[in-house]
Write a protein that binds this ligand. Structure first.
Ligand code: ZN
Length: 135
């Protein structure tokens, strides 16, 4: 794992939260993106070298809708940047972590992503993300 890539925050209304985080961070989001496969609308903010990802559910069976139903709004996941996501998945599985998707999938922000089940990570949903090389 290279570094924390971003922190994901589940919100009920992304327009309201965009305004709130704009006030908080002193600048607007730099990107909005629908991730249709996950049933979420995302919005990204920069804070120095770090990023915040806001996530709003776009359907009632979206993982974000279920999260908010159970726990309310708040920190949803921590994402770590990795160089080789397939290698990292193998390594973490061998270490005893439960990988939710063995095959990396296309996430927001031009990344390949995989998640670790929070039951094996002290209750924190962990995202691994690898930049997709377009070249
Ligand atoms: Zn994320």
């Amino acid at each position: 794992m290279k570094k924390i890539e971003h922190i994901g925050i589940a919100v009920k209304n992304i327009e309201d939260s965009n305004l709130l985080f704009e006030k908080l961070l002193g600048k607007a989001h730099y990107k909005i993106e629908d991730v249709v496969s996950e049933g979420v609308k995302t919005s990204f903010f920069k804070s120095g070298p770090n990023k915040i990802e806001l996530l709003e559910a776009t359907s009632s069976d979206s993982p974000i809708a279920k999260f908010i139903e159970k726990k309310g709004e708040g920190i949803h996941h921590i994402a770590f940047a990795v160089d080789d996501i397939r290698k990292e998945i193998k390594r973490l599985r061998n270490e005893g972590f439960t990988v939710l998707n063995e095959t990396p999938k296309k996430g927001a922000d031009n990344k390949l992503v995989a998640f670790l089940h929070p039951k094996t990570t002290n209750g924190v949903l962990i995202e691994l993300c690898q930049e997709i090389d377009d070249k």
